[in-house]
Design a protein around this ligand. Structure first.
Ligand code: SF4
Length: 163
């Protein structure tokens, strides 16, 4: 049975930077959970960040550039946390590989887990298209990544590869 890497905060744990979670209302998700497919993982906690923690954004760059060592992730107080974000991404990729995950469903907008957008690095609420650092690395490793509001698309992909 194929497994699915999922953002840890989608599984009810209040582990986002502001001590909240993201609720998922989906029969598909409930089925996956009952089938034992879900592999919850939080790259930021794995990298050693606490809860709560300062908000962080990819600043003036993209996740791909960050992973190539030329872009930065910073907290709103200016602290450079790039290395921890890259560590978290690598740990997520390792976990996905060890568990045999075939896709990932991740919390959109996060500088780690975003799959369609992230915040724009100005800490003013603006967004840009693109992925977070973990989502980008998983994508680069060939793992399809989906945001939490496209679970039906993720399930369609799962069925297309024989569940
Ligand atoms: Fe959720 Fe990902 Fe942020 Fe962890 S890093 S709290 S899993 S969005």
């Amino acid at each position: 049975m194929h497994k699915i890497l999922v953002s840890g905060c989608l599984n009810g744990r209040p582990i986002r930077f502001n001590s909240t979670n993201v609720s998922v209302e989906s029969e598909i998700w409930d089925r996956w959970e009952s089938e034992g497919r879900l592999v919850p993982f939080c790259p930021e906690l794995a990298a050693g960040f606490p809860v709560p923690r300062a908000p962080a954004e990819i600043v003036g760059s993209t996740a791909a550039v960050v992973l190539h060592g030329r872009g930065r992730v910073k907290e709103d107080n200016g602290t450079d946390v790039t290395d921890m974000f890259v560590d978290g991404a690598r740990l997520a990729a390792q976990r996905a590989g060890a568990e045999g995950c075939v896709l990932a469903v991740l919390t959109d907008g996060s500088p780690s887990c975003g799959t369609t957008y992230t915040y724009d690095g100005t800490f003013t609420g603006g967004t840009v298209e693109g992925m977070g650092v973990t989502a980008q690395l998983l994508h680069d490793h060939g793992l399809p990544v989906f945001p939490e509001d496209r679970i039906d698309e993720a399930d369609h992909y799962l069925r297309s590869i024989g569940e």
